[in-house]
Design a protein. Structure first.
Lengths: 581, 368
């Protein structure tokens, strides 16, 4: 047996006339080690997983998993296959032990064999102390580990894991990796799907997918190897780094670039052909340092390069002028606390954000960043403490404060049944725009985001990138001074993410203050300052570089944001009286 | 503020009209109920079967059978020959009512004595069987009176029936005005209850809540389109009732629409209450039905309120549907004007104030 999974021009359409979720995919995923199924949301990862597990019938083409056809030889395949879907079927009201019992019964694991499996798996997943706890009361990471334990009961030879690290905090994510790596070392074939490219780099083999097609299949190192010498970091920047990034992206030699703390990371079109730093007005101390290429660089290369440095949005946004008094603290949280019952989702959080800053709330799902964020934009009423925007207390004069803020949520809250134009008209009308001013603003947004050809289309039929543009347009119609972004780019392909941050960089230079939540460690690097939220508390605040510096050790002199996060969380003393959530 | 409200209302109407699913949800019930109800939900007994076991060989027995056969209510007559067969046809529901004419029927009639006829009624279908029996009885009594008159004896005292407001007891005259109420109920509840839940699922509710719109304005922006939809639906049914089913409309149009406004408002308030309570459209749908079923049951549409126990009569008084049904029948059939509907209009007003208040309270509490 040479390949664990063979795909032969596999095509799947959910509606006969609709676009293909998988479009003639041919690939061989080798047996052994962790194989990554990598791509942004909507790339076709879950569809492919479900086809492999025999839960869907392909529209065309065929596939085999360890030599078996998932449909006609399904019964045989199920004895060797373990599949953990995104939301694994744990019974939330049953305890850890009862869930294991149930899956053991279903798998026919009984007697001494069951006893042995349980003690092994509980030790392996570190859940032995929690056997009496209902599954619903476990944290995201523990749920995933229990799900994995349930799947492993059948001693599968092939393990399919669909986005196991979504909603899991960095520490649990590290443990999950450790566990799966151990399984793979024992000879289990693991397919791990993910939209995180940093995770993909750790796989032995990746199937990189985009829009239902295979963009690359092979070891990740071979892909990043193509970019040797093209990834550089611009250090020693003394000028405005956002403006500099814009200029750098417009340089013909530069294919892609992002802000990384106080530095800028660039990917060149050709190795050795760097832009002239003097022409970019990068400052006297600026220097280019070669860095190791990342999978993301390669993905952008495959997708045809980044979007360039010009933001049409920034061109039409008027500069924000604020009264002197409120410039220092455009957003302010004072002893902000929110309790649900006796559980404090946000516990005495204080910080302020000055004008023109991008402030990021970083933390795993369930840490309380969303609760904090919602209180600051007026979606939740704090139990105690105050939240204010431009000096206006949201508890007192919410309507006036809201006129000044723009908001964009993760799932692009647009009216899916209204046309693009109707959405624009509605959201501008909500903010009191009318007549010629409204028409003018809508026109500006249509030009800034090139929405012209899609005015009659409904957002449901738009591509992810255009949805994101429309959502941003709707959030900015009323020229807000403050912009709230809730997980704005999770699951989005890197080019679309670049474009989004290009616009955000543009509006920030106009004086807009931005507050963003993210669980995406890389995205945190775009921020001027980050607040690390963990178990309801803000355990550290500071510029990304400063946070990373606190985690630097002799072994890891230049830690990633994720390593910094883990170090800070582990260094943080547990709060007395709080259950391990 | 007014412009923003218009923006909200326009959006709501666009949403409901552009989405094929909600178009179906709003207009299919109107169409279905309009075509099905007037024919399916009838209390009249039309196609009933009457079984007769005639032991009498004389002329009177035969004549009675012929008269029964000629009655419009019984197009099918089933002649049976034995007691056992008579029991069987009722048992198998082949006949709704069975009559047994005794052997001495003709003789007793001729002698001027009281003649008995035994009637067997299928109690499982008590309502229609009772009505059918009523028809049969009137035929028998009519025959008896006629014979008495011929014999020169005075007939038993006759009751002359005159049906006010619905002289021919057309069942459709009763059901169509009520349909106006039922449809209005469904329309205003669905638009309010489901649309907030849908916005919550889509995430657009958050988008509205971070805007300068106040919760009250968002609520009004949901209630007004619901009332508009209900008005359109009700108008369609009312027009169809008058022009297609020829139900007379004798009252004041103004009184009708004013009552409809308050009725729709009271329901919109309740719909918003449900919507604030529910996370998903599914829950909202269940909420709508768990309100609608008792509301219809207690409204007097299914069973007369007067026959209910005191507690239920009290609840029925609170039920806005019970008042609206009285108003509708009044304006259609009895020529009600504004003064006539007032006794039922002010309870609707109270309902409106109550439901709008709890709707707003729940909205503030759960959403904003």
């Amino acid at each position: 047996m040479t390949s664990a999974i063979a795909l032969r021009s596999l095509t799947h359409r959910f509606a006969a006339a609709g676009s293909a979720a998988l479009d003639a995919v041919s690939a061989e995923i080798p047996l052994g080690g962790i194989s990554g199924l990598v791509g942004p949301d909507g790339a076709g990862k879950t569809t492919l997983m479900r086809l492999m597990a025999g839960l869907l019938k392909p529209t065309a083409g065929s596939l085999s998993v360890v030599g078996l056809d998932p449909l006609s030889q399904g019964a045989e395949l199920r004895t060797v296959l373990g599949y953990m879907p995104q939301k694994f079927g744990l019974y939330e009201d049953l305890t850890v032990e009862e869930n294991l019992d149930l899956y053991a019964d279903l798998r026919g694991v009984v007697g001494a064999e069951r006893k042995r499996s349980f003690s092994e798996l509980l030790a392996f997943t570190d859940l032995a102390a929690f056997t009496d706890r209902p599954a619903g009361k476990l944290s995201g990471g523990m749920k995933q580990k229990l799900g994995l334990a349930c799947v492993l009961l059948g001693r599968p030879r092939v393990l399919l894991l669909d986005e196991p690290s979504v909603g899991v905090d960095p520490i649990s994510r590290r443990e999950l990796w450790r566990m799966v790596t151990a399984l793979a070392a024992d000879g289990m074939a693991v397919v791990w799907s993910t939209s995180y490219l940093d995770e993909a780099e750790r796989c032995a083999f990746i199937l990189l997918m985009n829009a239902g097609r295979v963009a690359y299949a092979g070891p990740p190192a071979d892909l990043t190897g193509r970019l040797a010498g093209r990834s550089v970091q611009l250090t020693g920047i003394e000028t405005n780094r956002r403006a500099l990034l814009g200029r750098a992206l417009d340089a013909p030699q530069v294919m892609d670039g992002v802000i990384q703390g106080s530095r800028i990371r660039l990917v060149l079109r050709a190795a050795g052909d760097a832009p002239d730093l003097a022409a970019l007005a990068a400052g006297p101390a600026a220097a280019l340092v070669a860095v190791a290429p990342r999978l993301e660089d390669a993905f952008i290369d495959i997708l045809g390069g980044g979007p360039g440095g010009h933001s049409g949005l920034a061109a039409v946004m008027p500069p924000v002028s604020l009264p002197e008094a409120s410039r220092g603290a455009v957003i302010r949280a004072e002893a902000l606390t929110k309790k649900f019952g006796d559980f404090a989702a946000t516990d005495n959080v204080t910080f302020s954000v000055p004008q023109g800053e991008i402030f990021g709330l970083l933390g795993p799902n369930g840490a309380g960043k969303s609760t904090t964020f919602k209180m600051l934009c007026g979606l939740l009423v704090p139990t105690s403490g105050t939240a204010s925007v431009l000096g206006i207390d949201l508890g007192r004069d919410a309507a006036r404060a809201r006129q000044e803020l723009g908001y964009m949520a993760q799932k692009f809250s647009l009216y899916g049944n209204l046309s693009v134009l109707q959405n624009l008209t509605f959201f501008s009308g909500v903010y009191g725009l009318e007549g010629r001013r409204q028409a003018g603003k809508i026109d500006e947004m249509i030009h800034a985001f090139a929405l012209g050809p899609y005015l009659g289309t409904t957002p449901t039929d738009l591509s992810l990138g255009y949805k994101q543009r429309l959502a941003l347009a709707c959030a900015l119609m009323h020229d807000p001074a403050v912009l709230f972004l809730d997980e704005p780019t999770s699951g989005v392909d890197p080019v679309t993410r670049r474009e989004f941050w290009g616009h955000i960089n543009g509006v920030v230079q106009k004086g807009v203050t931005v507050m963003v939540t993210t669980h995406f460690m890389d995205e945190a690097e775009y921020c001027d300052r980050i607040g690390l939220v963990y178990r309801g508390q803000m355990i550290a605040v500071g510029p990304p570089d400063a946070l990373k510096a606190t985690a630097a050790t002799a072994e890891v002199p230049d830690p990633t944001m994720e390593e910094a996060f883990i170090a800070l969380v582990e260094g943080h003393p547990p709060v007395a009286g709080r259950a391990a959530a | 503020m007014f412009r923003r409200l218009i923006t909200l209302i326009k959006k709501e109407l666009q949403l409901n009209l552009r989405d094929p699913q909600s178009r179906v949800l709003l207009f299919l019930p109107v169409l279905l109920q309009l075509t099905l109800f007037p024919f399916a939900a009838t209390l009249e007994v039309k196609n009933a079967t009457l079984a007769i076991l005639n032991h009498d060989l004389g002329g009177s027995g035969r004549e009675l059978v012929q008269r029964l056969a000629a009655a419009r209510a019984f197009p099918h007559l089933l002649m049976v020959t034995s007691q056992a067969e008579l029991t069987r046809v009722v048992d198998e529901q082949r006949a709704l009512v069975a009559l047994e004419v005794p052997a001495d029927f003709s003789r007793k009639i001729a002698d001027g004595r009281t003649a008995d006829v035994l009637a067997v009624i299928d109690g499982r279908r008590s309502n229609s069987a009772q009505i059918a029996f009523g028809y049969a009885q009137s035929v028998i009594l009519g025959y008896a009176d006629e014979r008495a008159t011929q014999a020169g004896r005075p007939p038993t005292s006759a009751v002359i029936v005159r049906n006010f407001y619905n002289p021919n007891l057309e069942y459709q005259w009763f059901i169509l005005p009520v349909l106006v109420a039922v449809i209005t109920t469904l329309g205003s509840l669905i638009v309010t209850a489901l649309s907030v839940a849908r916005e919550r699922e889509q995430g657009t509710l958050d988008q509205l809540l971070v805007s300068p719109l106040t919760p009250a304005l968002i609520m009004v922006g949901k209630a007004v389109p619901a009332i508009m939809v209900a008005f359109v639906q009700a108008t369609v049914i009312a027009l169809a009732a008058v022009f297609i089913y020829r139900v007379p409309f004798q009252g004041s149009v103004f009184a009708l629409y004013l009552s409809m406004l308050f009725y729709a408002m009271s329901l919109a308030g309740f719909g918003l209450f449900i919507s604030a309570l529910c996370e998903t459209q599914q829950q909202a749908f269940l909420g709508v039905f768990s309100f609608m079923v008792p509301a219809v049951m207690l409204s007097g549409f299914v069973a007369p309120i007067e026959n209910m126990p005191l507690v239920f009569r009290a609840i029925a008084w609170v039920d806005p549907l019970s008042h609206f049904i009285v108003i509708l029948k009044g304006v259609f059939l009895k020529g009600y004007g504004l003064a006539d509907v007032w006794p039922n209009l002010w309870p609707l007003l109270l309902d409106t104030i109550f439901t709008m208040s709890i709707g707003y309270w729940m909205f503030r509490r759960r959403i904003a």
